[in-house]
Design a protein around this ligand. Sequence first.
Ligand SMILES: *[C@@H]1O[C@H](CO)[C@@H](O)[C@H](O)[C@H]1NC(C)=O
Ligand SMILES: *[C@@H]1O[C@H](CO)[C@@H](O)[C@H](O)[C@H]1NC(C)=O
Ligand SMILES: *[C@@H]1O[C@H](CO)[C@@H](O)[C@H](O)[C@H]1NC(C)=O
Ligand SMILES: *[C@@H]1O[C@H](CO)[C@@H](O)[C@H](O)[C@H]1NC(C)=O
Ligand SMILES: *[C@@H]1O[C@H](CO)[C@@H](O)[C@H](O)[C@H]1NC(C)=O
Ligand SMILES: *[C@@H]1O[C@H](CO)[C@@H](O)[C@H](O)[C@H]1NC(C)=O
Ligand SMILES: *[C@@H]1O[C@H](CO)[C@@H](O)[C@H](O)[C@H]1NC(C)=O
Ligand SMILES: *[C@@H]1O[C@H](CO)[C@@H](O)[C@H](O)[C@H]1NC(C)=O
Length: 378
Amino acid sequence: MKWTRSLPNLCALVLTASLSSSYIYQGPEDLRIQTALTLQNPSNGVSTTPEGRLFVLFARVDGSKGPQVVEYNTIINTSVPYPNAEWNNYTTGKDPATHLVRTNSQRIGPEDLLWLVDTGSPAFGAPVIFPNGPKLVSVNLTTNQVQRVYSMGNATLSSSLLDDVRFNPASNKAYLTDAGAPAIIILDLCTGATVRVLVDDASTSAYMPVSAEGNLLHASGGMFEHIYADQHEVSPDGKYYYYQPSNGGMSLIPTAALDAAFYNSSMAQVLSDYREPFALTPSTGGTAIDAEGNIYSSDTDNQSILKIYPNGTKTLLCQDPRLLWVDAMWIDTQKRLWMPAAQLNRGQPFNNGTSYVVPPLHVFTIDIGVGPSLIDHA
Ligand SMILES: *[C@@H]1O[C@H](CO)[C@@H](O)[C@H](O)[C@H]1NC(C)=O
Ligand SMILES: *[C@@H]1O[C@H](CO)[C@@H](O)[C@H](O)[C@H]1NC(C)=O
Ligand SMILES: *[C@@H]1O[C@H](CO)[C@@H](O)[C@H](O)[C@H]1NC(C)=O
Ligand SMILES: *[C@@H]1O[C@H](CO)[C@@H](O)[C@H](O)[C@H]1NC(C)=O
Ligand SMILES: *[C@@H]1O[C@H](CO)[C@@H](O)[C@H](O)[C@H]1NC(C)=O
Ligand SMILES: *[C@@H]1O[C@H](CO)[C@@H](O)[C@H](O)[C@H]1NC(C)=O
Ligand SMILES: *[C@@H]1O[C@H](CO)[C@@H](O)[C@H](O)[C@H]1NC(C)=O
Ligand SMILES: *[C@@H]1O[C@H](CO)[C@@H](O)[C@H](O)[C@H]1NC(C)=O
């Protein structure tokens, strides 16, 4: 009798102990990892210019207020709203076409422009504001003025989460992921016309909710949190587009097939036949691609960064207890990988309105010995 009564308790103890030690990586710290920025609020993306300018995106999942996009001065550790205060000061009633409603990603592109992906939805899970809320904004880094606004109202649904952008300079197309309604959006950068493809395809959908620090994420209200087409990259030769939902499972498709589908709706209907599995990635916070076509992918469950070779083989780049939900990564001309440890899973959207984010937050770097893909950014 004693046996059968004590057994369940023992099991529970063993289970708890193994969960906390195997899924949340305890250490040691990796001495190659340097602290580049110390912040009070989570950042889900940074980008740098070869001259050393630095732009930082704040996710505001901790409930903090303030600018979404800033230019950061690393000498004195202060920042100014970018491109200016008013673009960063959207409130209900202001024109969503000329304000950042909720920016989900930022990056410098192959030209000297900073690109901002605005979901157009004022809060995580809130409906998109049509027609001008969802948009892609380019900012000229010479004039520090908005250069062009691509309205994405025609390419998004009410439940969309316009997530991220990559470029194919050869065809002058941009590819955007929709993490709220599974699809890839192809944008012609000349005309501004858009086409939604791979809609509700297995490769853009999420077969599981996202997992971080060992637990599946929940949206406010308690439902499991599925985050659809999210991380993506274009190969340095421009031939392949890699993409995945946030819970992992990366596919690839030739950019020629994507671009053909832009002009040919019959092709768009059969596009799924042109994709292939590429790598079984885990739940992922963000990716980056280097000049040799290696993809770096952050594992949100166990504080590690994977390096995936162009042939799809995965290796471990680094693992460190500080790498808590590393979001969109960035490779600079000094051959460093920037890793913003955003603790996103601890934020309000995934904890029924309460933030468990623990400041200070850090953006880390690690030397990878390879620079950025030149069609991605200088
Ligand atoms: C700025 O922040 C970095 C990274 O946290 C730190 O190493 C540096 O000492 C700070 N500089 C100043 C002037 O506070
Ligand atoms: C934001 O806009 C409001 C209303 O236009 C204004 O009162 C406030 O001072 C602005 N805040 C910033 C930081 O610019
Ligand atoms: C940025 O603005 C400058 C000055 O107007 C212009 O010469 C340059 O072509 C613009 N950059 C891009 C990438 O369009
Ligand atoms: C959106 O669609 C409408 C109606 O077809 C069209 O008039 C408008 O130009 C489109 N906008 C964009 C940005 O493509
Ligand atoms: C979320 O919080 C609300 C109150 O803010 C509460 O009514 C609801 O039960 C909570 N849901 C869950 C799943 O905890
Ligand atoms: C359009 O795509 C369909 C399906 O792949 C293909 O059969 C057709 O030849 C394409 N049309 C043109 C003009 O390329
Ligand atoms: C990280 O966790 C995943 C499962 O989520 C596992 O497949 C992988 O081997 C782990 N990596 C390391 C370096 O522990
Ligand atoms: C994939 O590429 C890496 C790096 O070149 C190499 O080490 C590995 O053996 C390759 N794997 C396969 C299965 O060819």
